[in-house]
Design a protein around this ligand. Structure first.
Ligand code: GAP
Length: 517
């Protein structure tokens, strides 16, 4: 576990060192849970978005795109339920004046019990060596059993307060924190306030005060922009059910616990698609979208064992099925995408609050009804993090040296091809520039002549550039260059005129889409 945490720390510093992700307003020491994407990060993020957009919109005749505004009429959020129920349970420590999510404090306590149990097991494994029977040890060790009982008891109480009939039992939560003697990590004291609900939406004012300003929210999800445009798109696009509306855009949540780098941010980006279907067919479509989305993830070649579905046992009142696609991050399996069957809740709510009839006239049955919705919702930043975590490797080479390499899928890599003259003389830079000027029309290329060739290769490995070509003396004689593969480090000689086609087949989003089909 500690080893995985170390790897994660290295990934975070690699992101900064190589221009992928910087803390926001870095010169002012950053802003909590807000990040900027650097020169390589923005390219990779754009590639992820392109892969999603083209697979969803371009490859589906019945899905169209949308780009709704971030600011929306405030009633939107009343109708959607966000004003009343988009809350986290918070608790303050009076001594440190620090604020925590009460549920996270309890979850951390459960994790502490788990860690202690694992430590005991590992100690015993070392002590008994080959003769160690883990199952028997777990069921007979008094220490492990005592810890397990405390952990299970806490977990049971936690489930009870979270699922209390009238909503989360806030008093019960505080009692658990007191009973477990959980202390504030800063002050070390148990001087806690009561637990309160805290709304996660950011508020701001629209209009100058003099003309009567009003409070509006920064959207906490892009989905509502799609729901309020359902009629516009259906009518102007002459869309027939089933059909989908897809959107990529920023969302904002005033997350209290900001941890794990870009996994949980206050400003982040979502790629959401709402698929409108005939009532009664929604669970079939839910299954279809579950499989379609999982295929999209696995198409990147990270191995099926790194993904799993986490079906929700407890459903939101408006949903009749929900699952998460989780990815194996260095800090465990974590949600990257949610797929929800949201019934007709959102459209019905907007119909009620706007007074507009939001329905579909079905020409096949001559009836009107409110469509049901299957939603697929994936965070761009979490996707970005999962790609980076899987790609990062500190590789020990046969000659005893190490290299840090990002094994990014070529189609997502920020730079596709690096072009190097072997030396800075004998006309090699001019020839290399000529190739660069030709190929930059097709993909993101980088020209570099500084430092030894080995150092230049390493820099490209560190940003996941899948191919490097080197122009040498032989190039001037026979118009060939060496083409180096990032992963195998093998070099082959290829004719310059064939370069574009060779590289193109591997690095474009089209190559990914074809595999998906
Ligand atoms: N419209 C449904 C919706 O927003 P969600 O589960 O709250 O559902 C969907 O969010 C996805 O958005 C998550 O699976 C995650 O990838 C991403 N996401 C949510 N909150 C996030 C945050 N604070 N930082 C980064 N990504 C986040």
């Amino acid at each position: 576990m500690a080893q995985q945490e170390d790897v994660f720390k290295k990934i975070v510093s690699h992101c900064k060192e190589y221009g992928f992700v910087f803390p926001s307003s870095d010169i002012y020491d950053g802003l909590g849970a807000v990040y900027d994407y650097g020169q390589n990060g923005v390219e990779m993020k754009n590639n992820i978005k392109k892969y999603w957009w083209e697979s969803m919109v371009q490859m589906h005749e019945n899905i169209v795109g949308l780009d709704a505004a971030i600011f929306m009429h405030p009633t939107t959020w009343k109708a959607s339920g966000h004003v009343d129920a988009f809350n986290d349970p918070l608790i303050d420590n009076r001594d440190s004046k620090k604020r925590y999510r009460a549920d996270v404090l309890i979850e951390d306590q459960i994790a502490k019990y788990d860690e202690k149990i694992e430590k005991e097991v590992e100690k015993a494994r070392k002590r008994f060596k080959e003769s160690f029977d883990e199952a028997q040890y777990r069921s007979t060790s008094p220490k492990v059993q005592e810890l397990q009982e405390k952990r299970d008891n806490l977990h049971r109480r936690y489930q009870e307060v979270m699922n209390a009939p009238g909503g989360i039992d806030l008093e019960g939560m505080k009692q658990i924190i007191l009973d477990e003697e959980i202390v504030c990590p800063i002050s070390g004291t148990r001087n806690w306030t009561d637990v309160r609900q805290f709304n996660l939406m950011f508020k701001t004012e629209i209009g100058a005060a003099a003309e009567g300003s009003s409070t509006i929210y920064l959207r906490p999800e892009t989905a509502q922009g799609i729901f309020v445009n359902y009629l516009n798109v259906q009518k102007t696009g002459r869309m027939k059910l089933p059909f989908g509306i897809a959107q990529i855009g920023k969302a904002f949540r005033n997350e209290i616990v900001a941890r794990q780098f870009i996994f949980r941010m206050r400003e982040f980006e979502q790629m959401e698609m709402q698929f409108f279907v005939k009532p009664g067919t929604e669970l079939q479509w839910f299954e279809t979208w579950k499989q379609t989305r999982m295929k999209w993830h696995q198409n990147l070649g990270f191995g099926a064992e790194n993904y799993r579905f986490h079906d929700h046992d407890k459903l939101a009142h408006y949903a009749n099925a929900a699952t998460d696609i989780e990815f194996h991050m260095p800090f465990g399996f974590k949600e990257v995408e949610g797929i929800h069957s949201r019934t007709n809740f959102d459209l019905s709510q907007h119909a009620k609050y706007s007074g507009k009839k939001i329905e579909y006239f079905d020409p096949d049955t001559n009836e009107s009804y409110t469509p049901y919705v299957i939603e697929t919702s994936i965070g761009v930043d979490r996707m970005f993090l999962s790609v980076l975590c899987h790609a990062y490797e500190e590789q020990l080479l046969p000659d005893g040296q190490t290299r840090t390499v990002l094994h990014l899928p070529a189609a997502l890599a920020p730079v596709k091809l690096a072009i190097f003259p072997l030396t800075k003389k004998d006309g090699l830079p001019e020839k290399a520039q000529e190739i660069f000027n030709d190929l930059r029309f097709y993909f993101n290329c980088k020209y570099e002549e500084k430092d030894q060739i080995g150092k230049r290769y390493r820099r490209m490995d560190a940003i996941g550039c899948p191919y490097c070509i080197t122009v040498d003396q032989q190039t001037l004689e026979d118009n060939t260059v060496t083409l180096r593969d990032r992963d195998t480090m093998e070099q082959t000689r290829v004719v310059i005129s064939e370069l574009q086609q060779i590289v193109d087949e591997k690095v474009t989003i089209t190559s990914l889409l074809k595999k998906l089909a």
